[in-house]
Design a protein around this ligand. Sequence first.
Ligand code: COA
Length: 500
Amino acid sequence: MYEDRIRLAALRDRVMSADEAACLVDDGMVVGMSGFTRAGDAKDMPAALAKRAAQHPMKFTLITGASLGHDSDKTLTEAGVLAKRLPFQVDATLRGAINRGEVMFVDQHLSETVEFLRAGQFGKLDVAVIEAVAITEDGGIVPSSSVGNSASFAILADKVIVEINLAQPLGFEGMHDIWIPGRRPHREPLPIVGVSDRVGSTTVKIDPAKIAAIIITDTPDSASNALPPDAETQQIAGHLIEFFQHEVKRGRLSTTLPAIQSGIGTIANAVLSGFLDSPFEHLTMYSEVLQDSTFELIDAGKMDFASGSSITVSQRMQEQVFGNLERYRDKLVLRPQEVSNHPEVIRRLGLIALNTALEADIYGNVNSTHVGGTHMMNGIGGSGDFARNASMAIFATKSVAKGGKISSIVPMVAHVDHNEHDVDILVTEQGLADLRTLAPRERVKLVIDHCAHPSYRELLRDYYQDALRYAGHTPHALERAFEMHINLRDRGSMLAGQEG
Ligand code: COA
């Protein structure tokens, strides 16, 4: 039974249904579950846990790599089992519960979650639920389309439930590089000096006795929901390509560019696709999520190698990539998220980090997470891991949202995820502001003239003139700093009162 998928024969009698395995989870537990931006998530256990909770009320802390597919966060939220959730999510139902204060959400840098676990900050990890394509002869777990936090969950948990997913190709075997750091404070350096370096093992090594249940599933990953490029994201890509060309002319970059990190979502994916029609070549990525654009660039011969923690692609690209893994074997590696997002490697490689902002202020502070300063969108994800340590931290956003009712450039961000010290470049479809080497007062004109939407420029200039009355290194008229946000909250538009 499943000889090619469960090669350690002694484990085959641990195959059971998801409903039976769900009985290993109980009230008050801490559960680690695989899944990183919809890839490699446990497919059957979330629904089985919701079903168990209907008979056996329970609440637990759920830790994943990042977001889950298959509406799992919705299912678990509706079942009322989530006491605490971390470190990232993108689900509308869970978002609602978080913003009503019903689920406690810990919005965490993605590289840090397992450090907290190792240090015992969450108590012990009771159960790990890990999707795999196989268990090897020696009991090694072969992850699927993501690694995320799965390796450390399996290593740290008391009990491990493995979901063997027949829909995930065995060709993933050998694509992972599992490196686990030693204990602090005597930890050795992380020995990655190039994007394609392999420094660990291809499987997650644990004592097979800890594998308490094996579930057989046959469900593909949810497809990415990033939208195709539109006119504005193409303009953003255009500004960035032009900027990189300018940096090449000045001798500060070469046409291969440093390795690139690209964040999640429509904008980052579209911007990366923009490299297809650019003079740049032999590109590499050291990123966390590999989206459609990564494979478009590899297929076009523009990208030589991509290192990530997950592959999250559209349905079409899933068929193309997962159906032809051999073609990509020497061009890809999947790593644990604490390695893909490791500050040491990011700093060493001098990455170009490209992430998306909800809003940025006239001084270059960025809010990526809190709509209106209060309501959680998705979470900081890996953007902070990368922005702080990259050689060039770029934040992209459309200049307006919701049909122009929201300006993405504001006097003061209502929540700060990336402060002015970490943000190097701001880019919108309007243009690009290179903030490097500029003092706060020097940044203002550039941000307003190059990045803000024309319909908001006068309002922002007027704010800055007012702020100058109070002087300071970073002038602000505090009583007006959130005027635009308050207009949006109370009157439905940041422009309210300005129209006539
Ligand atoms: N205020 C309120 N809503 C805003 C907004 C603002 N200033 N700016 C954008 N939005 C809304 C958009 O209207 C859109 O809403 P919709 O889904 O109802 O259409 C939504 O936010 C997404 O914006 P979009 O412009 O389509 O960009 P995106 O899909 O690239 O997502 C982020 C942008 C910021 C939400 C997303 O990149 C994110 O969660 N980032 C944080 C995590 C991260 O950076 N990870 C990177 C490492 S993986």
